[in-house]
Design a protein around this ligand. Sequence first.
Ligand code: URA
Length: 213
Amino acid sequence: MTTFPENLHLIDHPLVQHKLTLMRRKDASSNTFRTLLNEVSMLMAYEVTRDMPMQDIEIETPLETMTARVIDGKKLVFVSILRAGNGILGGMLSVVPGARVGHVGLYRDPKTLTAIEYYFKMPHDMHERDVIVVDPMLATGNSAIAAVERIKELNPKSIKFVCLLTCPEGIAALHKAHPDVPLYTAAIDRQLDEHGYILPGLGDAGDRIFGTK
Ligand code: URA
């Protein structure tokens, strides 16, 4: 039996599972796929930000003054792995609108499946921030590993990784390279195929979000 790392969080809420099933169907249009991904991302954000630091502030209610808790959204950075990660960003930002955004551009060499970086742009003062890296598919793990490696060079306070779907190979690879990075996913599928696609999966997430196939 496969055992998974303790810092793997499977988000198996019925709303998430239902929407994911609709997304997997090959006849879902790009518009439907994008809308569902946006909704699932909001629901996943709820889980991933559960332990966000909070601070007390004084506010006035219509009746009296009170001390109430707020988050400091600016301390959070969502890092999108281009291009499919952008499909998750909108949903996450609608839940934490004050968050900053970074982008990592990586493409998979079709022969070796290794990740090659072509773009890297992060907010300033990364050492003061908590990072949530987003990419819908954690497949071979190569892009995730390379992205996290680059982000670690900037010494952020913490890094989490969020995907919609993964597989045992992706989980093992990411955990081996970055055992300190908690992984959040809505599903663990059966396996990778010889082209690095997740089975049964949902196909190429970027193509499905942007209608490029
Ligand atoms: N990337 C995708 O978009 N889909 C997969 O199945 C694997 C990697």
